[in-house]
Ligand binder design. Structure first.
Ligand code: SDX
Length: 436
């Protein structure tokens, strides 16, 4: 760490506080504020806009330049030259695998894709119209009930096999959610198919036919998983780190990440984008919705636009848009009305002073739903797809947090509630407005 210092003076503080400043390999310097507690101060940063919660070597984002690196490799290069499982290896281990290491990793993941038969009975408790993310939250958390033999987070072998099991089983569980909603039989994984082909087979195959996977769809699925693999300290990854910091088992931590991802401000945005495009319905309505997005008194926001970190194009959105064109052309879907609305909406927004001033650009969720809809994936499965791709990122950060030294995360607060007060008898208490 560098020897730079920050000097903090506060009205009423006896003497200035010297704080260490650290310089990373890329990105802004950070000021270590841990000593402030001993001087009787907390820092205050709701939403963690200016807070580095940890040191990490996994992913780097330059929001101003629209740069996303996974272990130093640009996302555009990985999307073009790599595949999802190779990128999983890179995120987990820090280096690209040799040919032999890649084959061994693929083989390991392939042979962990089945789930315990009892898992199938869990689905009977869900109505057919249960939201798949509700099912995934429950089922993934319940996986820890099957692996009592490997839940010691301090045992690296237990961490590795848990990582392999989660990466391998998420597509199987995701497909089971879809099949449950369709009333169709669950499809077992087929070890002759690669990771993404297998997912397509488990989603759209039936016991009545031999596997018949469209390679265009399989490649698009692989690209979608890859583009969602990791994204630094986003809300769901921070949740996984916080859950893991208590020593919770990896399945419980990933279930917490899935729950956080579900929100429409985060991974739930891809489903919200499709709902928005369908609500807009026609290009002639776009101006009305753009005006609503700019109206402070209207809670409507352009879903799929804006980002806490990117104040330029989300590089994943660029690749996703290109993939969208490729997939729809390959599937012979000409002039998809939603894609036309999305492209027109993007053009209008990017030329609008409000969006330019606030640096609001399309994010990863803006085009992904159009591809998934074209592939035949229903809207309520979109965030499940995001969670499936992001599982490797969550696990990589969980593992990094443990190997960096487990310290339970416990933020403080600015308290503005009631000071100490007397307890009144109920008979004499006045009524109050129980607003919530
Ligand atoms: C993901 O963090 C990650 O890395 C997440 C993610 C990942 O891979 O893990 O990249 C995935 O979650 C992508 C984001 C998906 N969410 C959406 O598309 C939902 C729509 N976008 C937003 O709600 C919003 O942009 C956020 C939540 C993404 C970011 O919110 P911030 O950083 O807290 O910014 P903000 O809400 O304070 O907005 C700043 C200003 C506000 O105006 P003012 O109060 O300053 O006047 O921009 C406005 C907002 O009103 N604004 C929008 C807008 N997004 C922000 N106005 C209209 N439409 C929008 N989409």
């Amino acid at each position: 760490m560098s020897e730079k210092k920050a000097i903090l003076t506060v009205d009423g503080m006896e003497s200035p506080q010297e704080l260490p400043v650290y310089t990373g390999s890329l990105g802004p310097d950070v000021i270590d504020v841990r000593q402030l507690t001993s001087r009787g101060y907390f820092t205050y940063d709701p939403g963690f806009v200016s807070t580095a919660s940890c040191e990490s070597k996994i992913t780097y984002i330059d929001g101003g330049k629209g740069v996303l690196l996974h272990r130093g490799y640009p996302i555009e290069v990985l999307a073009e030259k790599s595949d999802y499982l190779e990128s999983c290896y890179l995120l987990l281990h820090g280096e690209l695998p040799s040919q032999g290491q890649y084959q061994e990793f693929v083989n390991i993941i392939t042979h962990h894709t089945m789930v315990h038969e009892s898992i199938a009975r869990f689905f009977r408790g869900f109505h057919y119209d249960s939201h798949p993310m509700a099912m995934m939250c429950g089922i993934v958390g319940a996986l820890s009930a099957f692996y009592h033999d490997s839940l010691d987070i301090n045992d690296s072998e237990h961490r590795v096999i848990s990582a392999h099991r989660l990466i391998a089983k998420m597509p199987t569980l995701a497909a089971m959610c879809y099949k449950h909603s369709k009333g169709q039989p669950f499809m077992y994984p087929n070890n002759k198919l690669n990771y993404s082909e297998n997912f397509v087979h488990m989603m759209f195959g039936t016991p009545c036919n031999d596997p018949d996977v469209n390679p265009v769809i399989a490649r698009a699925i692989d690209r979608i998983f890859l583009l969602h693999a990791d994204h630094e300290q986003n809300a769901s990854t921070s949740t996984v780190r916080l859950a893991g910091s208590s020593g919770a088992n990896p399945f419980a931590c990933i279930a917490a990440g899935i729950a956080t991802l579900w929100g429409p401000a985060h991974g739930g945005a891809n489903e919200a984008v499709l709902n928005m495009l369908e609500e807009i319905g026609d290009e002639k309505n776009i101006d009305t919705y753009v005006a609503r997005a700019k109206d402070k008194d209207d809670p409507f926001r352009l879903m799929g636009f804006g980002h806490r970190v990117y104040k330029n194009f989300d590089p994943r959105a660029k690749v996703m848009k290109q993939t969208c064109d490729e997939v729809l052309n390959a599937l012979g879907i000409e002039n998809d009305p939603l894609l036309k609305i999305a492209k027109r909406l993007e053009k209008i927004a990017l030329e609008d002073e409000y969006f330019i001033a606030k640096k609001l650009y399309p994010n990863v969720d803006f085009y992904s739903g159009i591809i998934m809809k074209a592939i035949g994936i229903p809207k309520d499965m979109f965030t499940v797809m995001f969670a499936t791709g992001r599982t490797v990122g969550w696990i990589a950060h969980w593992h990094e947090m443990i190997t960096d030294g487990l310290k339970i995360g416990r933020p403080r607060q600015l308290y503005t509630g009631a000071p100490v007060r007397e307890f009144p008898d109920r008979a004499t208490r006045p009524s109050h407005n129980p607003s919530f």
